[in-house]
Design a protein around this ligand. Structure first.
Ligand code: 9MR
Ligand code: 9MR
Length: 603
């Protein structure tokens, strides 16, 4: 049985087989010349496909004389569109020659390849409506595969079925987290949640932005998500699957709050990373560590948002919205009393044993967490005091969201509920909207001059650890501007970043497992490494190129040193090829939002 997310992959393989057969029977003339072309990885395009009326761009990399390109039917029998490559431009980071094939004018639905004499033909791709629907669904389903404390039976997980790992019902209080009511080595129960990434720990800070982004996807596009079925155990209940999935993590997060004081533990973790084994085999002791301001405020924000969202599902989850709201308020109050508790793993390790060496997610600056938590609490309760408790516009910065930087998540929420807010926020809203639009304008400035024509890759700074989330979060910011203006240029730019993630990039990979003809196959992801199945767990987003990756993970398989190419599809590479929930979530938003908006934007 083929898993549905692999159909495009399988299709690609059979199409390649077709090409090699057809090239055996050659005719003469130009058509035959093009038909002789072999598959080339030098043509970079969204390997999943294109909407009929959207911009359609491929980038051709390498020495070449230019001239014509051809869009041909997938069997290569018919040329359906002829265009001219642009003049050569050297890549911004590598200096490699690049040319653009723009076939936006061609709008017929179907399956095609792009062929360039002297270069070869591209992977087959599809033009059609709903072209990213499967990827949008699979990237949420990716969270299901990350579920802790439960079996993944074959009915839902297909060949990636596995036994439950990490019950987390007897979690030790680490000495750094000891309190009078909960002394060191006493136990709490905090099951469920998602594995953070390729490792088996769960971290509140990273869960915060992740879960918030998924809930925002739903809040922005509820009608779309009501129709998106994922084949998870809860499918078929009255609740959209994306919310059922989010709830798996929310239930865990709730258990991370100390009900005695409202503070939230920074993470639930082993002392050190597990080996590359399946979840059920990873049985090291688990701890909750020190409470912190970042964790507690991120928790407050997410619980306030969850309360708002699940208020509409009172019948299915009686009391959930109230519990989430109470938890959010308690967390907020703790942070008011403890506004500057940094999680500093090194100094914690100097004081307490056992030492903890798993992911730190140590943020030292909490202004943005206060803004986000205040925005969510205010939007949910309409109580002015939250809004007034923080300086919402402390400076003119518009930092792209990432795990240590959540200011804009607050602004997005304020913009989303602009019409329902009290006068306290009304005075700032025009400015907040203006800044979101200006931020988007700044991102798209110069994009048509860039070699890959994507917002992603404007500067080397985009290629950090988890750069795929930079691309996806830029896409989200662009979509906020689209929602505010209905100006198509913003959704076009967001779509170009989705093209980037699915193949139009300097590495030539599709970064979403199971999608495209050259998807990553060897992510740093323990189940994918240990399960003995060739294909990695589907619907997971690789971190992507990272200018400093070779120095961070010391893998020896990097082949270039250029920022946009510093990537290796090898499971040794946690600095360029790990998967993580905070990278998947913005992909979910980006792909889902574009699907939801395709009609309005006439894509
Ligand atoms: O598997 C770990 C991954 O999730 C982290 O992102 C990464 C950086 O903290 O560390 C990985 O674990 C490695 C550890 O740091 C060093 N020894 C090898 C571990 C597995 O490759
Ligand atoms: O995403 C995190 C990245 O910003 C940091 O530079 C990196 C090193 O501290 O850690 C990344 O987060 C990892 C976390 O610490 C442990 N789980 C895997 C995460 C993704 O690699």
């Amino acid at each position: 049985m083929h898993h549905p997310t692999f159909t495009r992959f399988i299709y690609g393989l059979s199409a390649l087989f077709l090409f090699s057969c057809s090239s055996a029977q050659q005719e003469s003339g130009e058509t035959a010349q093009v038909a002789q072309q072999q598959l080339t990885e030098s043509i970079r395009l969204n390997q999943v496909g294109f909407y009929p009326n959207a911009t359609k761009v491929a980038v051709v990399v390498g020495e070449h004389s230019g001239g014509a390109f051809y869009v041909k039917t997938a069997d290569q029998q018919q040329t359906v569109y002829t265009g001219q490559l642009t003049d050569m431009k050297p890549g911004e980071f590598s200096n490699r020659p690049t040319r653009i094939a723009d076939f936006s004018e061609f709008k017929e639905k179907g399956n095609y390849v792009l062929a360039i004499p002297g270069v070869g033909h591209s992977y087959p791709f599809e033009i059609g409506q709903d072209i990213h629907r499967e990827a949008a669904a699979a990237s949420i389903k990716g969270f299901y595969y990350q579920r802790m404390s439960t079996d993944l039976p074959e009915t839902y997980a297909g060949k990636w079925a596995r036994a439950a790992g990490h019950p987390d019902t007897e979690v030790l209080i680490h000495p750094s987290a000891a309190s009078e009511q909960r002394p060191a080595a006493s136990k709490i129960s905090a099951p469920r949640g998602w594995y953070d990434a390729g490792d088996y720990n769960k971290y509140i800070v990273n869960s915060g932005i992740t879960t918030g982004t998924l809930l925002s996807a739903y809040e922005d596009f509820p009608e779309f998500y009501k129709t998106l079925e994922l084949n998870i155990p809860e499918s078929g209940n009255q609740v959209p699957d994306i919310l059922d999935e989010a709830l798996w993590n929310l239930r865990w997060m709730l258990a991370m709050q100390d009900s005695n004081d409202g503070g939230v533990y920074h993470k639930l973790t082993n002392p050190s990373f597990d080996g590359m084994v399946m979840p059920a085999e990873a049985t090291n002791p688990r701890y909750v560590v020190q409470k912190g301001t970042a964790a507690t405020l991120d928790f407050a924000a997410v619980m306030a948002q969850a309360s708002r969202v699940f208020r509409n599902y009172e019948k299915e989850f009686p009391g959930l919205a109230d519990s989430a709201r109470t938890a959010a308020v308690k967390a907020w109050n703790w942070a008011q009393q403890n506004p500057n508790v940094v999680y500093d793993q090194n100094s914690m390790n100097e004081q307490f044993k056992p030492e903890v060496s798993t992911g730190a997610y140590g943020d030292k600056e909490f202004q943005d967490e206060f803004i986000w938590a205040a925005s969510e609490l205010y939007a949910t309760t309409k109580d002015d005091s939250y809004y007034k408790a923080v300086n919402m516009l402390p400076d003119t910065e518009m930092p792209l969201p990432s795990w240590p930087q959540v200011r804009l998540l607050g602004y997005y929420t304020l913009a989303r509920f602009a019409d329902e807010l009290t006068p306290a926020a009304q005075q700032d809203l025009p400015e907040i909207k203006k800044r979101i639009i200006a931020f988007a304008d700044e991102m798209i400035y110069g994009v048509s001059e860039r070699t890959y024509r994507t917002v992603m890759g404007k500067t080397e700074k985009d290629y950090i650890w988890g750069s795929s989330a930079v691309a996806a979060n830029q896409g989200i910011a662009l979509l906020q501007a689209y929602q505010l203006t209905s100006d198509k240029k913003y959704i076009d730019a967001a779509l170009a970043n989705l093209d980037y993630l699915l193949g139009r990039n300097a590495t030539g990979y599709s970064f979403l497992t199971g999608f495209g003809d050259k998807p990553i196959m060897h992510p740093h992801h323990r189940p994918s490494v240990a399960d003995g199945i060739e294909e990695p767990v589907p619907g997971l987003l690789s971190g992507g190129p990272n200018a400093r990756a070779d120095k961070q993970d010391n893998c020896t398989t990097y082949t270039t040193a250029f920022a946009d190419e510093m990537f290796t599809d090898n499971d040794c590479s946690y600095a360029s090829n790990e998967i993580a929930i905070n990278w998947n979530a913005p992909f979910v938003y980006l792909a889902g939002a574009i699907e939801a908006l395709q009609e309005k934007a006439a894509l």
